[in-house]
Design a protein around this ligand. Structure first.
Ligand SMILES: O=C(O)CCC(=O)C(=O)O
Ligand SMILES: [Fe+2]
Length: 361
């Protein structure tokens, strides 16, 4: 596909953080060593590579869908814009969110497709989409979303076991039939005219809001801030390997044991920066009505983690908010048009706009 083949290789001379590689086939048969590796990745960095996930064909078709959709005239895409009310389904134009406290604008465009719409197709559950998305619902979008749900639900079951929760506890919080913020995201970031200024993020530093993200990219540009450091390191894309990460909801459920780590997107490094960057994510998020709190009553492991957690985090472990309330607030606070309200609240440092010290998407 144009834009996804014959790409320059990832440069050797940029600071890169090696993620642990976890094998999905081995996880499925509950291989002990593989599960131990997943636990290490999840409790230390919150990011890992996942190989043998079996979604390559679905991912390729989604990249085609992304390229067909982003090629539509801007006015056509804007008919599906997500708006400023905190809903994330639909189109997000470049510049619709801010990337730092100076108000610098993001450069990425998204098309977010709700899990609820994919499952209801051809009916619309949450909203409608451009013709290019509708045309690929049957052969690309629905199969990708179903495959991603299968992978993420398997990981959720394993975390359920690792956290010592009663069987089905996390599954109950991510019920297929309940409306949720779960969505597939097609992302395009164009090459930046005038060269690469890594200091200017394409997508702001954030933690993912939901539970699990299943990410596919071909060019570099994703960076993580390794806990205990204050510098950004690239995550190198490896063919056939998805990048998985945990979101804030899992940090809350687990009393802080599972890490939702800060990350951002900058222009791809080196020669790669001359090319359009495409990426694709499936976000699994808790059902809209699920209360975000540490599962202390359900697990002694979580209860102990909360007892040992630093004081300032304990408030987050009893957020008092449903998944939908939390998510709506966070999406709203990212929007450029809402910054008058938000910057006065100190979005990048305060507790009100971002309890995690950075915005979340
Ligand atoms: O494009 C990427 O590599 C990451 C995107 C991301 O972090 C997000 O959409 O939340
Ligand atoms: Fe993210």
């Amino acid at each position: 596909m144009p834009g996804l083949t014959n790409l320059p290789t990832f440069p050797e001379d940029v600071p890169t953080h090696p993620l642990l590689v976890v094998d999905y086939e081995l996880l499925k048969v509950r291989n002990k060593d593989e599960i131990a590796k997943l636990w290490k990745a999840a409790t230390e960095l919150g990011f890992w590579y996942l190989k043998n996930h079996g979604a390559d064909a679905e991912v390729d078709k989604m990249f085609e869908t992304g390229s067909e959709t982003m090629a539509l005239p801007f006015e056509e895409k804007m008919k599906f814009e997500q708006g400023d009310s905190g809903v994330s389904f639909g189109y997000k134009a470049p510049g619709a969110t801010v990337t730092d406290e100076t108000g610098a604008l993001d450069t990425v465009e998204f098309m977010n497709i709700a899990k609820d719409d994919a499952l209801a197709w051809p009916a619309a559950a949450r909203r409608t989409y451009p013709s290019t998305v509708n045309a690929r619902m049957d052969d690309a979008v629905v199969p990708f979303i179903r495959k991603s749900i299968e992978v993420n639900d398997t990981l959720l079951d394993i975390f359920n076991e690792l956290l010592g929760l009663p069987a089905g506890t996390l599954a109950e919080k991510h019920k297929l039939g309940e409306f949720s913020g779960s969505e597939a995201r097609l992302i395009k970031n164009p090459p930046r005219p005038g060269g690469i200024d890594e200091a200017k993020a394409a997508l702001a530093a954030h933690t993912d809001f939901g539970s699990l993200s299943f990410l596919h990219n071909r060019l570099g540009g994703l960076q993580v801030m390794v806990p205990g450091t204050s510098t950004w390191q690239y995550v190198k894309p490896i063919p056939g390997h998805a990048i998985c990460n945990l979101g804030d909801a899992m940090t809350i459920f687990s009393g802080g044991l599972l890490k939702s780590n800060l990350h951002r997107v900058v222009p791809a490094p080196g020669e790669q920066g001359r090319h359009t960057r495409w990426s694709l994510v499936y976000f699994t998020r808790p059902g809209d009505s699920v209360l975000l709190r540490a599962l202390t009553d359900e697990s002694t492991i979580v209860a102990r983690a909360v007892e040992n957690a630093p004081e300032h985090l304990r408030e987050i472990f009893e957020s008092g908010q449903t998944s939908n309330q939390w998510f709506t607030r966070r999406v709203k606070n990212m929007r450029t048009n809402n910054q008058k309200v938000c910057l006065s609240d100190s979005i990048f440092s305060g507790m009100e706009c971002s309890r995690w010290g950075s915005p979340s998407v």
